[in-house]
Design a protein around this ligand. Structure first.
Ligand code: ASP
Length: 324
C-alpha cells in the first residue's frame, strides 16, 4: 500500500468505522473505462422512472433533463403513497411535498413544504433556472409555482385520506422500516457527455407534524452532485440523513478515494456510530454514482433496493446493509 493510501485510511476514514471498505480507487484515476450514460434511482419505482430518464439519455440529452423527467413519473403515480399525488399526508391531513434538483454546473433548486402542486421537482427546477435563490418553501413556493403556470390540484387521494383517518384513531408516530418498499425517489445520472445531475422528490414521512421538512429537499442531505467526483442521494428517515449531511458526506468520501458503495456504507456507519440507540428502529438508504459511471448503495437494514439502467443493463439490485 502506498504511503498516500495509508495516510488516507488512517486519517480520513479512521474515525468512520468502515469495517469492510478498503480504499480501492482514486476518483481522479479511474481504473475501468467510463460507463455512460447510466441512471440509478431508489426503490422499485426507480425501474419505471429510469425508463423515462433513459429516453433523454439515449438521445445524448443532459442528465439534468433526464432526472427531472424520470422522477416526474413517480410523482404522477397516485398509487405511490410516498411521492407526489397520493402521498400520505401529515397529521393534519395535508399532503406536503419536498424536492430538489442539482445539475452539472452545481446549480441547484429546491422546494419544501409545498402543497397542491403535482410536480414539485419541476418547481425546484424553475427555482434553479429562473430565480437567484436555491430554496423556496410553503406559501411562497406555491405562489411561485402558480405564477410560473403550474396548476393547483388536490393531491389527497381517497386511498390516502382513508389511511389518514385510520391513523387518527391511534395517532402513533413511528415511521416503519421499508414500509411498502417504495419511499422517496432519489435519482442520479451520468450522461453521454460525462456530466452528472440528480433529483430527489418525496411527500416525506407519513403522519409527520404539519410543517416538518425532511432531508429530500436539502442540498447536501438528500442530494448532492459534484460534477468532478460523483453524485449521491438518500431515502429513509430524513432527520438522520440531515444530522450527518449524508449526500455531501458521500461525495466527499468519494473524492478521497472510496468507491460509491464504500462511501454509502461509511455514511450508514456514521449514523450507527452517532445514534446507537436509534438505528435499530429506523431505515436510511444511500445511493451514489461516480464520474466514471460506477454506482453503489447501502442501507441500515435489509430491504433497500435500487434500479440501474445503462446500455447493457436494466435491473433492480438489493443494496447491502449493516444489519444483514
Ligand atoms: N427521506 C424522506 C423524508 O424523511 C422520506 C423517505 O425517503 O422515506 O422525508
Amino acid at each position: 500500500m502506498s504511503n498516500r493510501r495509508k495516510f488516507l485510511k488512517s486519517t480520513v476514514f479512521g474515525g468512520l468505522a468502515v469495517s469492510t471498505a478498503s480504499v480501492s480507487s482514486f476518483a481522479c484515476a479511474p481504473k475501468s473505462p467510463v460507463k455512460k450514460p447510466v441512471v440509478v434511482s431508489t426503490w422499485n419505482h426507480g425501474m419505471e422512472a429510469n425508463a423515462e430518464a433513459w429516453k433523454v439519455l439515449e438521445k445524448g440529452g443532459r442528465a439534468v433533463d433526464a432526472v427531472e423527467k424520470g422522477v416526474m413519473v413517480t410523482e404522477a403515480d397516485p398509487n405511490n403513497t410516498t411521492v407526489g399525488i397520493g402521498g400520505f399526508p401529515d397529521r393534519d391531513g395535508k399532503v406536503t411535498l419536498d424536492a430538489c434538483i442539482m445539475d452539472e454546473y452545481e446549480n441547484c433548486g429546491s422546494v419544501a413544504f409545498l402543497q397542491d402542486i403535482k410536480h414539485p421537482i419541476s418547481v425546484a427546477r424553475k427555482v434553479m433556472d429562473d430565480t437567484p435563490h436555491v430554496m423556496l418553501v410553503g406559501e411562497g413556493a406555491k405562489k411561485f409555482a402558480l405564477d410560473s403556470g403550474f396548476q393547483e390540484e388536490n393531491l389527497l387521494t381517497e386511498k390516502s385520506e382513508k389511511a389518514w383517518k385510520n391513523w387518527l384513531k391511534n395517532q402513533d408516530y413511528k415511521p416503519k422500516i421499508n414500509v411498502e418498499n417504495h419511499d422517496t425517489i432519489g435519482m442520479v445520472a451520468l450522461d453521454e457527455n460525462g456530466n452528472l445531475s440528480g433529483a430527489c422528490t418525496t411527500s416525506g414521512a407519513a403522519w409527520k407534524m404539519h410543517g416538518r421538512v425532511g432531508d429530500s429537499p436539502i442540498i447536501g442531505a438528500g442530494l448532492y452532485v459534484d460534477n468532478e467526483i460523483g453524485a449521491a442521494t438518500a431515502t429513509g428517515l430524513g432527520e438522520f440523513v440531515i444530522k450527518i449531511c449524508g449526500a455531501h458526506m458521500i461525495v466527499e468520501l468519494m473524492r478521497q478515494g472510496l468507491t460509491p458503495m464504500e462511501a454509502c456504507q461509511a455514511a450508514v456507519e456514521r449514523i450507527i456510530k452517532k445514534y446507537p440507540n436509534n438505528y435499530k428502529e429506523l431505515q436510511v438508504g444511500f445511493l451514489a454514482l461516480s464520474k466514471t459511471g460506477e454506482y453503489g448503495a447501502y442501507g441500515i437494514h435489509k430491504g433497500f433496493n435500487y434500479a440501474v439502467k445503462a446500455n447493457d443493463q436494466d435491473e433492480l439490485i438489493d443494496a447491502g446493509s449493516y444489519t444483514g
